[in-house]
Design a protein around this ligand. Structure first.
Ligand code: TYM
Length: 338
């Protein structure tokens, strides 16, 4: 029986943080056991805001290495770089031409990022969600495991597939593109900043102390958790309305310690911040240690890493080119063998 397929990706902008891991990558690692997984480093998305070429190159390799270090297995899953599979850009263009502009102007992430860019907003930033739709739709994806902030982008991908391709170009009610489902887990889908429990943890936050990066040293983790915002209450509890910082840090602890929500809440329900912070620090350091160890071994051998990405590309190319051909055919393009 054919396994269901998942597709997801992370932008190689800055270093990956525990939000990316707990909200997304950790779930891919579990899902690859039961699903066919395609995961890519979305480098084309990374240039939608001003970028530094040297950093893009380094971040592309480090992101790929982190996928593997977090547990993505290249023997069973396809790990590749988005720009290596040309069908992503081509399908994006086709989808651009059938997607209404006012759908794009509603995108929350565009509005937020556009405010930060001032006069410097690129067309690419507005187009970001269409490229993301192309990524997903090329693989006849069943499920897209992502964090909560991607929900609106997923809805757009579904609308493009259903309303703009299938209903307009489908023949005899047969779907041209599969309509994907988002997979947003209850736990870890929205990890908040260490400096403000009401703001999402983000790679682009100018304050480094707002996030724990997957490659932070134990000393740095200790410092950042020490500085993390607290409140004046005793007892750490899940309460995202009145105690957003306690809620967020206890949520992180419940996942990285492996205890789960209930046991973590019991363990920490009566202790103060002075006792809780070292517990969280130790749990984070132990959870990240094996990832960091594997990461640094992998980075000694970029040739091996590039081999993984080449294999991933050839598996991705095969599936993506088939879908692209199908879409071009129904849109009326003169067919040629590719
Ligand atoms: P990016 O790089 O911004 O985020 C990568 C993944 O990490 C999740 N995430 C979080 N989860 C929990 N808490 C947080 N604080 C947090 N911050 C980020 C994101 O939800 C995401 O799952 N647009 C995508 C990249 C992309 C993509 C795709 C994803 C491009 N094409 C196709 C899925 C399918 C993004 O958000 O990247």
């Amino acid at each position: 029986m054919n396994r269901k397929r998942i597709f997801s990706g992370v932008q190689p902008t800055g270093s990956l943080h525990i939000g990316n891991w707990l909200g997304a990558i950790r779930n891919w690692v579990e899902l690859q056991k039961s699903h066919e997984a395609f995961v890519c480093v979305v480098d084309l998305h990374a240039i939608t805001t001003p970028h530094n070429p040297k950093e893009l190159l380094e971040n592309t390799l480090s992101t790929a290495a982190l996928y593997k270090a977090c547990g993505m297995d290249p023997d069973i899953s396809s790990i590749f770089v988005q720009s290596h599979v040309k069908a992503h850009s081509e399908l994006c263009w086709l989808l651009n031409c059938i997607t209404p502009l006012n759908w794009m102007e509603r995108m929350i992430q565009f509005k937020e990022k556009a405010i930060k860019q001032g006069d410097n907003v690129s067309i690419g930033l507005l187009d970001y969600p269409v490229l993301m739709a192309a990524d997903i739709l090329l693989y006849d994806t069943d499920l897209v495991p992502v964090g909560e902030d991607q929900k609106q982008h997923l809805e757009l991908a579904r609308d493009i597939a259903q309303q703009r391709i299938n209903s307009r170009f489908g023949i005899n009610e047969e779907n041209i593109l599969k309509v994907p489902q988002p997979l947003i887990m209850k736990e870890g889908a929205k990890i908040m900043s260490l400096c403000d429990g009401k703001v999402k943890m983000s790679k682009s936050d100018s304050n480094e102390n707002s996030r724990i990066s997957l490659l932070d040293s134990p000393d740095l983790i200790r410092k950042k958790i020490k500085r993390a915002k607290t409140d004046a209450e005793i007892g750490i509890e899940f309460n995202n309305i009145n105690r957003p910082e306690a809620d967020n840090l206890l949520g992180i602890y419940s996942i990285v310690s492996g205890l789960g929500k209930e046991k973590a809440a019991i363990e920490c329900g009566e202790i103060g911040w002075g006792k809780f912070k070292p517990l969280l620090t130790d749990a984070l350091i132990s959870a990240l240690e094996p990832i960091q160890k594997e990461y640094f071994i992998l980075r000694e051998d970029n040739d091996y890493l590039k081999k993984i990405l080449e294999n991933g590309q050839s598996k991705a190319d095969e599936v993506a080119n088939r879908t692209l051909k199908r879409v071009k055919k129904v849109m009326g393009f003169l067919q040629r063998e590719i």
